[in-house]
Design a protein around this ligand. Structure first.
Ligand code: AQP
Length: 325
């Protein structure tokens, strides 16, 4: 299987990005042809700091490596280093109905964050994402729930292209983890955890033990007394139970049994301890790779070459089919 997925260098990676996406990448890389991209061109569709972007891009490569992505097994590269992504995006623009873009949940949410957020790039984001995926004929796209709609659109664009210009693209399918596809914000458990939201709302993969303790301690729960999963009525405690379950690899039902009779404070203390232990190796490996910038850049260069050769051959086929010379 060909696997493609990416993450935007918009901020610090949080446990949602890990549980929703990177954890799946880790297991998929052993038996598939994996391509993992740092999607920097997506990151510039929202307000950003030009001074900080280059560091954020490099840091994401460090994080992929720290999280266990093996450059011997997977291609790791930066989206803007392979020109065919923007070229294919333009070509796919011409067959994508505007209505499909306006109904995308992420567009609606991000454009509502203020007038300055509204730009054509934000609206066209899913077409660039379709280009990212279709360029490599990806069969599977491992993502969290928020990206499902975009992968569905990529599949619909591929189908449309194939019927208009002849069989060209593989129809991609999203792959969501059974649990952890939507980790919620710890300050507002009705909202998805997001790296561009205020720092208190997410737990970074690299938060210090003190920060983890502080954030979990102030995580929003409810006024009930028992530690029970009920996503609709008790989103806060349910989110914490999901996080505990995923990091401990114990099913939620079992965690509930283990926590029976314990106070929220005790549960939170145990959750914080668990996360401190589980996240410690990420922090350590990140420090190691941060001090090996030359090596990280070399990995990205090799990734660029490998991705480029696949992408160039696909874009030539696409242009030929569309009648361009
Ligand atoms: N809360 C989440 N729970 C589970 N999975 C999540 N993902 C994001 N948030 C959660 C998954 O992480 C991958 C990378 O996401 P992205 O960088 O492409 O952007 P995003 O989906 O918009 O994630 P963020 O954290 O909310 O970033 P910002 O704030 O920049 O928009 C994707 O597979 C995503 O599904």
């Amino acid at each position: 299987m060909r696997i493609f997925s990416g993450i935007q260098p918009t901020g610090e990676l949080h446990i949602g990005n890990y549980l929703g996406a990177i954890k799946q990448w880790n297991s998929l890389q052993h038996q598939n042809n994996c391509i993992f991209c740092i999607v920097d061109l997506h990151a510039i569709t929202v307000p950003y700091d030009t001074e900080k972007l280059s560091n954020l891009i490099l840091e994401k490569a460090v994080i992929y490596l720290a999280a266990g992505i093996d450059p011997e097994k997977a291609i790791i590269f930066v989206q803007s280093h392979v020109k065919a992504h923007t070229e294919l995006c333009w070509l796919l623009n011409t067959i994508t109905p505007l209505g499909d873009l306006y109904r995308m949940t992420q567009y609606k949410e991000k454009s509502q964050k203020g007038k300055k957020n509204e730009n054509a790039g934000l609206l066209n984001y899913p077409i660039l994402m379709a280009a990212d995926i279709l360029l490599y004929d990806a069969d599977i796209v491992p993502v969290g729930e928020d990206q499902k709609q975009h992968v569905e659109l990529a599949r619909s664009i591929a189908r449309k292209f194939n019927s208009k210009f002849g069989e060209t693209f593989t129809l991609p399918k999203e792959q969501l983890p059974t649990e952890g596809a939507r980790i919620m914000s710890i300050t507002n458990p009705k909202k998805k955890m997001s790296k561009s939201d205020p720092e208190a709302s997410y737990i970074s993969l690299f938060d210090s033990p003190e920060a983890i303790k502080k954030k979990i301690k102030s995580a929003v729960t409810d006024t009930y007394k028992t530690i029970k999963y009920d996503k609709e009525k008790r989103p806060g405690i349910s989110n914490l139970l999901t996080i505990y379950s995923l990091f401990s690899e114990i099913e939620v039902k079992e965690v509930e049994k283990e926590m029976k009779g314990k106070s929220y404070k005790k549960f939170k203390d145990e959750l914080a301890e668990l996360m401190i232990i589980k996240l410690a190796p990420f922090r350590k490996r990140r420090e190691e790779f941060l001090s090996r910038e030359v090596y990280v850049k070399e990995i990205l260069k090799q990734g660029q070459d490998a991705a480029n050769s696949l992408a160039e051959s696909k874009i030539s086929e696409v242009k030929r089919k569309m009648g361009l010379i």
